[in-house]
Ligand binder design. Sequence first.
Ligand code: FES
Length: 150
Amino acid sequence: MAISFTVNGQKRQVDGDAAKPLLWVLREDLDMVGTKFGCGAGLCGACTVHVGGDAVRSCQTPLGDVAGKAITTIEGVQTGDPGKRIAAAWVKHDVPQCGYCQAGQIMSATALLATTPKPSDEEIDAAMMGNLCRCSTYVRIRAAIKDAAG
Ligand code: FES
């Protein structure tokens, strides 16, 4: 079944199982491997992308649910605002350690600033609590978000 949507502003069509997780559609069908597989169970946030501007877990989002929707991934988020500011702050604060979770972290942080331009520490913690980092870069993540917020 052919399902159409946009990814980073480009029209895409995938002919596949409507139940296939968006994570694997991106990685396998569209060769966009910036979105990472962590747990596959909706627990870690490594697979976070935006669907219609909302941060969602692509491992838990079936292809059929994104028909006609606008998806943004880590490959595209840094070209817009606030993604560009977030990316610059991530570099400035040297946020990543191993880096594996950081695409998901950036996607959640960008969704936060898009709706809450000046988040409090509590709002940052609430928005980011679903994104786990085994290197524990949380302090740098919070500092980078506050810096990007200005
Ligand atoms: Fe989707 Fe962990 S891979 S939440």
